[in-house]
Design a protein around this ligand. Structure first.
Ligand code: GLN
Length: 294
């Protein structure tokens, strides 16, 4: 670390320095990490960086890279360092106020878009715990006639979601509400009723949070992860609060932990809200989303 002063150096020298830092810190693919970090930081193609590695890294860029390497060495996720993450082909601004969107959650979007086909004009949707807005914004982007409410208890998260909605040109069709799930909708006249409800709620059992990789445990918002003592608390609250806000025929799509399929299906069944319940699986066959038709 100390050997890199931010003075003029070539891209290759900077990459070598960074990969030696990463190697010393025990990261698995230090050179890859270094190239990806620099490419992401400069919003350039990794291949291009590689091809131009004999070129000079300007002082400011070198200093920014050194700072980013330092953050990475402390274990911070790449997405927070570079301030963005791709989700379903769209780029989302992220910061530590929000969970980093995961590829797992793309299955939920797939399942919803499949159901929506043929009823595009009539969608009034609700995203509970919108975080970065990845679900609400992606759905609005792909459903140009839909209106969606995006709810989050965190003002910081709503700010990020709003920025992402503006960035992708869907802000006019999104309504942002701050509050604890359905409480956020209280007082809206006339009360909105939804034929689409989506959520990627916190679903890690509290005691398990300490066992998560440090990059998640130490950096991502607790409230976005902590699902209470058995990891199912958020589902209970969503199912309990939902009835006055549902307008059938509709779909509720809830992301779940890979081992929560049976438990969440049972909660949904007991709620009596749905006439049909299915599990949507990821490519490796693990259940990822519970779909309830009402
Ligand atoms: N809806 C966001 C996502 O899917 C945030 C979810 C959360 O904070 N638990 O990533």
């Amino acid at each position: 670390m100390r050997s890199f002063t931010g003075n003029k150096c070539t891209i290759e020298e900077a990459l070598r320095w960074a990969s030696s830092c990463f190697a010393a810190a025990g990261l698995e693919r230090p050179r890859d990490e270094a190239e990806i970090l620099l490419a992401q930081l400069q919003k350039r193609d990794r291949l291009k960086i590689f091809l131009e590695r004999a070129g000079i890294l300007e002082e400011k860029a070198a200093a920014a890279f050194a700072a980013a390497v330092e953050r990475r060495l402390r274990g911070e996720p790449l997405a927070y360092i570079v301030g963005r993450k791709e989700f379903y082909g769209l780029e989302f601004t992220v910061n530590r106020e929000v969970l980093i969107p995961r590829p797992d959650t793309e299955h939920l979007v797939d399942a919803v878009l499949e159901w929506v086909r043929g009823r595009e004009r009539d969608i009034c949707g609700l995203d509970l715990g919108c975080g970065s807005g990845n679900l609400a914004v992606t759905l609005a982007f792909h459903l140009p006639q839909a209106v969606l409410y995006a709810v989050d208890i965190s003002a910081g998260a709503l700010q990020v979601a709003q920025a992402n909605a503006a960035r992708h040109g869907v802000v006019e069709r999104l309504r942002f509400c701050r509050g604890d799930y359905f409480e956020a909708l209280r007082g809206i006249e006339p009360p909105p009723r939804f034929n689409l409800v989506v959520a990627n709620p916190p679903y890690i059992a509290t005691a398990e949070i300490e066992t998560l990789p440090a990059a998640i445990r130490d950096y991502e918002p607790r409230a976005a992860l902590d699902g209470g003592s058995d990891g199912l608390e958020a589902y209970r609250r969503i199912l309990k609060g939902a009835p006055p806000y549902l307008r059938g025929p509709g779909l509720m799509a809830l992301e779940i932990g890979a081992d929560q399929g049976d438990a969440v299906l049972a909660l949904c069944r007991d709620s009596g809200l749905f006439h049909t319940l299915t599990l949507h699986r990821d490519y490796s066959g693990r259940p990822r989303v519970v779909l309830g038709l009402y």
